[in-house]
Ligand binder design. Structure first.
Ligand code: HAM
Length: 400
């Protein structure tokens, strides 16, 4: 899964970046905003021997913006396109799809506010799910304006929610004061009924934000990327401006269980004390993606193409050699040269999720051939050693 992600990001011109696992707490508290759940409840914060407050990174965007400025990336041709894969830490209550150590694949494009980059990022996320063969993803898109048009909308939202406050949950009481937009993100069932009549930010964008949002929508339509406009989508981190998006899978429960989330963050660099610089990006939850892949394609394993087995002890050398040749052609191969009977080995191949089994016994060796068995339809063919890579590629849906 990770290799496929890297290949895809490179195809879009993104370069890999690694940032430290922990950073100064201030980086995250300044970037995520006071009202975000990540800052209020979910940071793994500790004090080191020098009495410095450090935090295990809960997300990748703020560290990458920091690295962009401190690592000299401002000097490179702009915008700078970066991607990252790694562990992140959130002190939430562990539950299905919500882990304390999670893994993300993310991209950030920094240094340009062109809405075309928003489209590119969303297309990249969409291509990733297509590449994995995942269906049932619903893309949700919204614009939450910027610091020019959002303050007036914030007040409108407060005016709407003020008379309702006594009926709202405790978190919403806090959000009302600190960042009322996050009230639209509330998942307490009893509070949902108030969302429908709340004023919509898309109706209150200024001309520049509205034009940018139109360009994003037109770009997505031009690429035939299906999306739904979701006026209550505001995201769980407070650094976003203009475009925000999430990808929900039908088997996960809505906003709280998005597979991917991201958006534009044109105010983040300044918020962190750097020169004002626009940015856009997203992160995909790899743990949740893996869970869904398992549900959708049970029995299929990650990258294992061929389970290569011997029939007798004398076949070992030949099987190892053929496996090595196949790996050289990019196929994933396991060698099973154990003493178990052939049917037991084939059962193992099945349980391990291999698409093909390669069988070599004394009879095959005598003819310079191997048996290729399709583990799905159980069909078997004899193939000469030299033709094996092509035969395996053909069986694996045309891959050579
Ligand atoms: P996020 O929405 O907080 O965004 O996380 C992105 C994805 O990480 C989620 O959609 C979800 O799949 C996964 N995820 C988050 N928390 C957990 C958890 N506790 N357990 C399992 N998976 C989880 C960000 O982190 C932003 N930095 C994304 C971004 C990049 N925005 C702009 N650039």
């Amino acid at each position: 899964m990770q290799q496929a992600a890297e290949r895809l990001a490179v195809r879009y011109g993104y370069r890999k970046i690694d940032t430290p696992i922990f950073e100064a707490t201030e980086l995250f508290s300044r970037s995520a905003g006071d009202a975000s759940d990540i800052v209020l409840k979910e940071m793994y914060t500790f004090t080191d021997r020098g009495e410095r407050s450090l935090t295990l990174r809960p997300e990748g965007t703020a560290p990458i913006v920091r690295a962009y400025f401190e690592g000299g990336l401002t000097e490179e041709p702009q915008p700078v396109r970066l991607f990252y894969i790694g562990p992140y830490f959130r002190y939430g209550r562990p539950q299905a799809g919500r882990f304390r150590q999670l893994h993300q694949l993310g991209v950030e494009v920094i240094g340009d506010d062109d809405p075309g980059l928003d489209v590119e990022a969303i297309q990249l996320a969409w291509s990733w799910f297509k590449e994995l063969g995942l269906s049932g993803i619903g893309l949700q898109v919204n614009s939450i304006g910027d610091e020019v048009c959002r303050p007036a909308y914030r007040e409108l939202l407060r005016d709407y929610y003020r008379p309702l406050l006594p009926q709202l949950c405790a978190d919403d009481q806090v959000r009302f004061e600190r960042n009322p937009l996050r009230m639209l993100d509330c998942n307490v069932p009893a509070d949902q009924r108030f969302k429908a009549d709340a004023p919509r930010i898309v109706d209150h964008l200024d001309a520049a934000c509205a034009a940018a949002f139109e360009a994003v929508k037109a770009g997505l339509r031009g690429l035939d990327i299906p999306f739904a406009l979701n006026p209550t989508l505001v995201r769980g981190l407070d650094y976003y401006t203009r475009t925000v998006f999430e990808g929900w899978h039908e088997s996960l429960g809505g906003a709280q269980n998005a597979l991917v989330g991201g958006g534009r963050y044109d105010g983040l660099a300044a918020e962190l004390g750097f020169r004002s610089t626009p940015g856009m990006g997203f992160a995909i939850g790899l743990d949740r993606t893996a869970v869904i892949l398992k549900q959708e394609r049970p029995g299929e394993s990650d990258g294992l193409d061929v389970y290569a087995v011997t029939v007798s002890a004398e076949d070992r050398g030949q099987v190892i050699e053929l496996a090595s040749t196949l790996r050289g052609h990019g196929f994933g191969v396991i060698v099973d040269a154990g003493e178990a009977r052939l049917d037991a080995k084939l059962r193992k191949a099945d349980r391990r999720g291999a698409r093909l089994a390669l069988i070599v016994g004394p009879e095959e060796r005598a003819h310079g051939q191997a048996i290729l068995r399709d583990m799905r339809d159980k069909e078997q063919v004899s193939v000469g050693y030299g033709e094996l890579p092509a035969a395996v590629g053909k069986r694996l849906d045309g891959r050579v």
